[in-house]
Design a protein around this ligand. Structure first.
Ligand SMILES: Cc1cc2nc3c(=O)[nH]c(=O)nc-3n(C[C@H](O)[C@H](O)[C@H](O)COP(=O)(O)OP(=O)(O)OC[C@H]3O[C@@H](n4cnc5c(N)ncnc54)[C@H](O)[C@@H]3O)c2cc1C
Length: 403
């Protein structure tokens, strides 16, 4: 077994969470190894939607304003409006004050990993973490390379091996499974979608296929989406796995039909798990912490995860820096930051999610529609990050810097 020199931090997984943590720790002068099992560019099943809170994060944390993101080719498409349905009934169709953007994860993730390398992190691709010894703080890859570090950051996504090797006391496995989501997604080349879209279903897509569409209740405790991108139209459906074990494929076919894309119903979708409200409140053990999907951090209403991957990685990197430079206890520092800056927000979003889907279960469509219309701008502001889900007040806990 080949031993690697001791690093300050080993980050397992090179998605948005891992690259953010590696980049911020590298910028602070720490020695970092980022282990990614695949090679860039690599895809990740994702709608690629970047809300304003993500865009704001990239500007604040990496000095990448929208103009720079465009220059780097990371913003493929801007959605300037949206349409919201309950089932197949249109509830809202409005312009957005600020757009949501759509990216391609191949380029987005490769760019972030390059940024981490520029900040001094060693990026090792083709390096799959196979064994993690939390007590000795070592990570051994499937090729037998052993990395030792003072800190381990688990950023290895929803199937996280780092998480699965933590003790039962850290991860409440029942709660994890109860709030795990299951998704199916189809990427349809734009030209084909434009040629074959029809107006036969109850949901009429706009002419230019430029408007993001969301349909709550397209499956149980979940929704369907049509996201426009430059070269493709991304159609997906996702909801809690516990109530959608069977039949999601049929529901995707029905959704494709309802949005006029039945021509693509026989294409094979990609399936992927998604945390949907199962964040681990104290995702830390000794000198190991979990960030992003590995710790269950996505917005429970819509499953938006890119922002939470960045933000949890920022909080974890800060806690790791305090630990490495001043001896602050890693687990306690990270957990305190999450409790102050993120978890209350996710709890409030979970309460809204529960309200919405309980109304749908009870077939209270009309009162739910009235509620959605009444609170619409507030919810949009919360998704975009200009308000908090907690009482819809303006609140900066989600955004303020910690360094
Ligand atoms: C269908 C679908 C649609 C979505 N749409 C959106 C959206 O529009 N907007 C949004 O914000 N979020 C969306 N999400 C959520 C978003 O994709 C995730 O929350 C986000 O990718 C989490 O980032 P991450 O870095 O934590 O994990 P990931 O992006 O999953 O990255 C984990 C990385 O770890 C690597 N890895 C895994 N295991 C190992 C190992 N053992 N050793 C080394 N490397 C390893 C993987 O190869 C991967 O590169 C969607 C998710 C799904 C499933």
């Amino acid at each position: 077994m080949k031993g690697r020199p001791e690093y300050d931090a080993v980050v397992v997984g090179g998605g948005p969470a891992g690259s953010t943590a590696a980049c911020l720790l590298g910028e602070s002068g720490h020695s970092v190894a980022l282990l990614e099992r695949r090679a860039y560019p690599r895809n990740k099943v994702c709608g690629g939607c970047l809300s304003q809170k993500t865009v704001r994060f990239l500007d604040r944390a990496f000095s990448l304003p929208v103009a720079a993101l465009r220059r780097e080719g990371l913003l493929d498409f801007a959605g300037t409006g949206y349409a919201l349905y309950i089932g197949s009934r249109r509830i809202l169709a409005e312009d957005l004050d600020e757009p949501v953007y759509f990216t391609g994860r191949e380029r987005y993730d490769a760019f972030l990993a390059k940024m981490a390398a520029r900040a001094g992190a060693e990026v090792h691709t083709g390096a799959e973490a196979a064994e993690i010894d939390h007590a000795r703080r070592t990570v051994t890859t499937s090729d037998g390379d052993r990395y030792s570090a003072r800190v381990i950051i688990g950023a290895d996504g929803v199937h996280s091996r780092v998480r699965r090797t933590l003790p039962q006391s850290v991860v409440d496995r029942k709660r994890w499974h109860n709030n795990l989501g299951w998704t199916l997604e189809l990427v349809i080349p734009r030209r084909e979608a434009e040629a074959l879209v029809n107006q036969d279903g109850p949901i009429r897509l706009d002419n230019g296929l430029a408007t993001p569409h969301l349909a709550l209740g397209a499956c149980r405790w979940g929704y369907g989406w049509v996201f426009p991108n430059r070269e493709a139209i991304i159609v997906g459906i996702g909801g809690l796995l516990s109530v959608n074990r069977n039949g999601l494929r049929r529901e995707l076919e029905a959704f494709l039909k309802s949005v006029g894309l039945s021509a693509f119903a026989d294409r094979k979708p990609a399936g992927y798990l998604l945390p949907l409200g199962n964040c681990i409140p104290s995702p830390a053990h000794g000198e190991t912490v979990l960030v992003g999907d590995a710790g269950g951090f996505t917005g429970p209403l819509l499953g938006e995860g890119i922002f939470y991957a960045h933000r949890t990685a920022e909080l974890a990197a800060h806690a790791a820096d305090r630990h490495l430079t001043a001896g602050a206890p890693l687990a306690a520092t990270y957990t305190a930051l999450l409790r102050r800056r993120l978890i209350p927000e996710l709890r409030a979003e979970t309460a809204l999610r529960n309200f919405v889907y309980r109304c749908l279960d009870a077939r209270m469509h009309a009162p739910l529609a009235a509620f959605m219309r009444a609170t619409n701008t507030l919810v949009i502001d919360a998704v975009q990050g200009t308000r908090s889900f907690r009482g819809f007040f303006r609140d900066d806990d989600l955004h303020s810097g910690v360094w």
